[in-house]
Design a binder for this molecule. Structure first.
Ligand code: PLP
Length: 420
């Protein structure tokens, strides 16, 4: 088959494809793999019964028939947009109107749209890029550009925190907003590290973007007001120059594929146009299913009182397993501040994290090797190959067993290196 450049680009081996393939393989292996890889959220019984209850309500009220029988407008389900604008205004006093919100078929789609809307070759013939001011950053961004070489990025400062933690900070001496930068983008909390940019860092980035006349994109897939997988208090930020993206996935609904883009009317119109061309309209399912939760504000209560405590407990528990099993190994873990990922750093690891990934896979443990999480970062930096991401939201026994095997394999690699 003769492929176009577009076809070749989107069918080549990519981090996100490997991740999703691993997930699929693990599922079809019938639970034999210890899945500490993908980005699946936990199945929280209280959330699942809530969604089931709302599904039944949809059917009983006859809304189910409306849901399945019509296309929504390309901007997304009108009643949901109104309810969300109202909720954001109530909660944060933002001047958000329904015309500032568009839905997509998941945040992953939102980013594909946003990056390619803003970066790439412009009508002036100049190529512009998306800047990630702090890497490591989300793996799913890395391959989302239609044109090659769409990203540029900066290395962070590393702050060591006793006894075995560390935290990345934006190194503003390194962040260069050259005139080929189309937008600045951060995830907060960050996948893979769980880092939460401080309010001061976020404000400096907001000012930097505004001063350069470019948008600041904030990926709030794990943040407030929902799903609120945050273990530190962090308010989000929005103004007409900020594009805030949200998602229903980490509430426990990754299968419904609903992403939310909150931005200027110009951005929202552009997203709606892309929806129309790519899929006529975004799926209505998530919007219908969560409409009452958003309208009544119950989604905030659930996020605060069910989701956050659940993941906070899981994080504490998994951290104690990491400390127990990895004791005696040279490791550090990024301070857990949100998400359901741990970012482990093995300073001086004698093999690359890609090799470690292969060895762990052979032993039935799936993690994601760290080097995928540096989209746009050029130059060599050993740190990239010394880290891995693990998802601790799955079954507790699986997580503990997986951590024990990771510890064992890192010990083997270190011992092997000493023998050579
Ligand atoms: N952004 C971040 C930071 C993520 O971690 C994810 C998924 O893991 C996404 C975006 C995409 O989420 P979805 O397409 O399910 O909304």
């Amino acid at each position: 088959m003769k492929l176009s450049n577009f076809g070749a680009k989107f069918t080549q081996e990519s981090g996100i494809l490997r991740l999703m393939d691993d997930l699929g393989e693990a599922l079809s292996a019938g639970g034999k793999m210890l899945m500490l890889g993908g980005g699946n959220p936990a199945r929280i019984p209280e959330m699942e019964s809530k969604f089931r209850e709302h599904m039944l309500r949809l059917v009983e009220r006859g809304d189910f028939d409306d849901l399945v029988s019509g296309y929504d407008a390309p901007q997304g389900h009108r009643r949901f947009l109104e309810a969300l604008a109202e909720l954001l205004h109530r909660r944060f006093r933002w001047e958000v109107k329904p015309s500032n919100i568009a839905l997509t078929n998941g945040s992953q789609t939102s980013f594909f749209y946003l990056f390619n809307l803003l970066a790439g070759t412009g009508s002036d013939g100049r190529r512009r890029k998306i800047l990630f001011p702090l890497t490591p950053e989300y793996i799913g961004y890395a391959d989302a550009g239609i044109e090659p070489d769409l990203f540029t990025a900066s290395r962070p400062e590393i702050e060591l925190i006793d006894p075995d933690l560390f935290k990345y900070r934006v190194d503003f001496n390194r962040v260069a907003v050259m005139d080929d930068v189309a937008a600045i983008c951060v995830s907060r909390p960050t996948n893979p590290t769980s880092n939460v940019l401080t309010g001061e860092e976020l404000e400096r980035l907001r000012a930097l973007a505004a001063g350069n006349g470019i948008p600041l994109i904030i990926d709030n897939a794990y943040g407030t007001p929902f799903p609120n997988i945050l273990f530190t208090d962090a308010e989000p930020l929005w103004d007409e120059n900020v594009i805030l993206t949200m998602s229903l996935s980490k509430l426990g609904l990754p299968g419904v594929r609903t992403g939310i883009v909150i931005g200027s009317e110009e951005i929202v119109k552009a997203i709606a146009s892309l929806n129309a061309v790519v899929s006529l309209a975004p799926s209505s399912f998530g919007a219908y299913l969560t409409l009452d939760l958003v309208r009544t504000g119950e989604v905030l209560e659930l996020s605060r009182h069910v989701i956050r405590p659940y993941y906070e407990r899981r994080s504490r528990q998994a951290l104690s397993w990491v400390r127990e099993h990895l004791s005696g190994i040279e490791y550090r873990i990024h301070k857990p501040e949100g998400t359901f990922f741990f970012w482990l750093w093995f300073p001086g690891l004698p093999i690359t994290s890609a090799e470690l990934y292969q060895r762990l896979k052979a032993r039935g443990v799936l993690i994601v090797p760290g080097h995928y999480f540096f989209p746009g970062l050029t130059g060599s930096w050993r740190h990239r190959d010394e880290c891995l991401r693990l998802n601790y939201s799955q079954d507790e026994a699986v997580v503990e067993k997986g951590i024990a095997i990771i510890a064992d394999e890192v010990k083997n690699a270190t011992r092997g290196a000493r023998l050579v």
